[in-house]
Design a protein around this ligand. Structure first.
Ligand code: HEC
Length: 691
């Protein structure tokens, strides 16, 4: 009797101050609770809408910094943090997972998966960025840059299992967030620009890490036999020997679980390579590239699909978020899906059967005139496939909407979308589609991109509020630069968004009126979230500049002056009446290209160097050798001036641990060519314009 009583007493003492949330399907589906943020898009709907209403359009002017946490070791911070019962979980650089107690404001644990070590030679195809973790029944799940999926005990940060989800001999990497549903964790991958890849997603058992099912988004080699009838069906939409180039269709971002239909929706990627002439030379729609694919969540079997870009040839992928919303269209209730892929159209689909309800241009996109509502297919503009040599098209490969998540507010009925309005020249002049080979750990999408003379529009982005039912823009706010992050909307009639210039801004959700802003001291790439602790509402954002735009877009992102490792990275937490003063950040810095007067640039060598740079260096050091801030600006690097030091860093890999991979195959003459290219670019003194 006494023993039982003592046991009971212990149980009472050990009880936390509030009931522990069991994070299962019911919890993640719950739109009503606002204290926790349990999944990437907050709930399964991926709406990024919070019902919390302590912070409102009327009092947001009193929002202030409550506290901050320094993340000095980190670079790109893109993650959507999760909040479970007063503990925040997020990923920093190189898939490091951090758990922070939001009450004591102290870190609880850090888990470092040693991504650079595990990736080895593959480190050259990945960035440090990671978009976040999943949570299920007391465990946290992270997908690492090198392709592992790892389960961690949420209390201790100890590994419970780890599984490699990709073939490490191929150019796969992961920077997306896994999703949790029905005791399973699902993850895809990316990497089609660096090698012949076949896209797929895999669902793993949340408790053991054992594979439950896998679904391939493009067909494999017919002679090896198809996995099932779906693969046989989609193979009919391909021509040539597509399998030799992988096909592509990787699922590197958008994944939505729909509890109402028990389905997983995949947002699938571009072709491998982008250019259809090499991939599928006699044409074809190439299913399931650039599609939304609905799968049975228990079995991974195909249910329906909708392809946004048949026969893709521009990198107009459909990897963007797929938001679930209950809408009333023409007087009828619709279980809708909202999707704004790269191609510039805003799609509303009926989730029951995948039928297209509407598809409207968000901006003046030029690759297609419209979507034919009878066939559901885009009507391509004349010349759009750059068959006459080259074509200036909007959007560029960055898309009108990239992975920066949109949010949907059921109270205003509006979707808040970070918009990019940049055209680019598409051309495959000089490429031989018959002889072209898939790259092997080198950047080569089968067309000419990121050239030094690329026409750049440095300031062409906005935040747009789109009415999915009326099919029109309700308001739009011009944003600085091009690469602006995802949004959050709340029941306080607010929309929050960070900006490329480092300001965090609040707008009225119904009108777009700017109500509040806060300078964070570094470019923002992560979306804000909101949660409550001890009944008080907070807003949080990770500050840290990153993603493909930062690492590759050159002058487009360099213009803001968020130079490599200069500006502090942090977690910022805001509340009403918050009064903490953020320590000052250094002012924006622009690279000063070194002009070495005694270095005679050899035009031919510089041209060879430009090709080597494009294949090996551009994805981190930036288009035109102008760094957007992901890595040092090589026009300003003294190391690049002298062959010995240049070889140490580039070939021997002495900076490997800091994220500069080793390129052991580069010869001294290759390095010399790159040196000539860098000096050519420095001499142009493509000075990044001041912000
Ligand atoms: C995957 C990303 C990535 C790729 C690809 C890459 N680099 Fe780097 N590089 C980095 C990072 C990050 C650093 C900074 C490392 C540090 O902090 O010490 C760096 C540093 C350097 C430096 C030292 C600069 C200085 O002044 O400190 C040189 C030189 C360099 N890289 C050359 C190259 C060349 C040449 C290529 C292509 C052959 C290349 N890098 C490809 C990420 C990359």
């Amino acid at each position: 009797m006494r023993i039982v009583a003592a046991g009971l007493l212990c149980a009472v003492i050990a009880m936390p101050a509030f009931a522990e949330t069991i994070v299962d399907g019911a919890a993640i589906a719950d739109e009503v609770q606002g204290a926790n943020w349990l999944s990437y898009g907050r709930t399964y709907s991926e709406q990024r809408f919070s019902p919390l209403s302590e912070i409102t359009a009327d009092n947001v002017s009193k929002l202030g910094l409550a506290w901050h946490h320094d993340l000095a070791e980190h670079k790109s911070l893109l993650a959507t943090p999760l909040v479970v019962d007063g503990v925040m979980y997020f990923t920093g650089s190189y898939s490091v997972v951090i758990a922070l107690d939001l009450t004591t404001r102290k870190p609880l644990w850090t888990y470092d998966p040693n991504v650079i070590e595990v990736a080895g030679e593959r480190a050259r195809i990945m960035w440090d960025s990671n978009r976040g973790v999943a949570y299920w029944k007391g465990n946290v799940y992270v997908a690492t840059g090198d392709g592992r999926l790892i389960g961690l005990n949420a209390k201790t940060g100890k590994e419970i299992w780890s599984t490699m989800t990709v073939d490490p001999k191929l150019a796969y990497f992961i920077n997306g967030a896994p999703r949790a549903f029905k005791d399973k964790i699902i993850i895809g991958n990316g990497g089609t620009e660096w090698g012949a890849l076949r896209g797929y997603v895999t669902a793993y058992d949340a408790a053991t890490g054992k594979q439950v099912w896998r679904f391939y988004t493009v067909p494999g080699e017919p002679a090896k036999g198809f996995e099932d009838g779906t693969q046989e069906m989609i193979a009919k939409t391909w021509t040539g020997k597509w399998w030799e180039h992988g096909g592509g269709g990787t699922v590197w971002n958008g994944l939505t679980y729909d509890p109402e239909f028990n389905r997983i929706y995949l947002g699938t990627g571009n072709g491998s390579p982008w250019n259809r002439r090499m991939r599928s030379p006699d044409g074809g729609d190439n299913l399931f590239l650039c599609s939304i694919v609905a799968l049975d969540a228990d079995t991974g079997k195909y249910v329906w699909h909708y392809q946004t870009v048949p026969g893709e040839t521009w990198d107009y992928n459909s990897n963007m978020d797929m938001v679930l919303a209950d809408l009333t269209i023409n007087g009828k209730p619709v279980k809708a899906m909202l999707h704004a892929p790269k191609n510039g159209f805003f799609y509303v689909l009926d989730r029951a059967d995948g039928k297209l309800i509407s598809a409207d241009k968000l901006i003046n996109v030029t690759w297609a005139t419209h979507v034919d509502m009878k066939t559901g297919r885009p009507v391509e503009a004349k010349g759009a496939r750059y068959e006459d040599g080259e074509e200036l098209l909007n959007p560029s490969a960055f898309g009108v909407h990239n992975w920066h998540a949109m949010s949907f507010n059921p109270m205003t009925g509006l979707t808040y979308i970070p918009i990019i309005d940049v055209a680019a020249l598409f051309t495959d002049k000089g490429f031989n589609p018959v002889k072209w080979q898939s790259p092997n750990f080198q950047f080569d999408p089968g067309l000419d991109l990121l050239r030094d003379d690329m026409s750049l529009k440095l300031d062409a982005s906005s935040l747009m509020a789109w009415d999915a039912v009326a099919k029109k823009k309700v308001w739009e706010v011009k944003l600085p630069g091009v690469w602006n992050p995802g949004t959050l909307s709340t029941a306080g009639n607010l929309v929050f968004q960070g900006r490329a210039d480092g300001t965090l801004v609040a707008y009225r959700a119904d009108t777009g009126k700017e109500l509040w802003q806060f300078p964070t001291g570094v470019g923002l790439s992560a979306p804000p979230i909101t949660f409550s602790v001890e009944g008080k509402q907070y807003l949080a954002i990770l500050t840290g500049w990153g993603g493909a735009g930062v690492s590759m877009a050159g002058a487009i992102t360099a213009q803001h002056g968020w130079a490599y490792r200069v500006h502090p990275r942090r977690l910022l937490v805001f509340g009403l009446e918050g009064s903490e003063i953020l320590p000052p950040s250094p002012p924006p810095q622009h690279a000063q290209a070194i002009v070495k007067s005694d270095f005679k640039v050899d035009a031919l060598l510089a041209e060879q160097g430009s090709h080597l740079f494009l294949k090996n260096c551009v994805t981190c050091h930036g288009g035109g050798a102008v760094s957007g801030g992901y890595a040092p600006d090589l026009r300003a690097s003294p190391i690049a001036l002298f062959l010995d030091g240049f070889r140490e860093v580039t070939v021997a890999g002495v900076r490997r641990k800091a994220g500069m991979p080793a390129f052991r195959e580069l010869s001294d003459s290759d390095l010399t060519a790159i040196q000539h290219y860098l000096r050519r670019q420095a001499n142009k003194t493509v000075e990044a314009p001041a912000p």
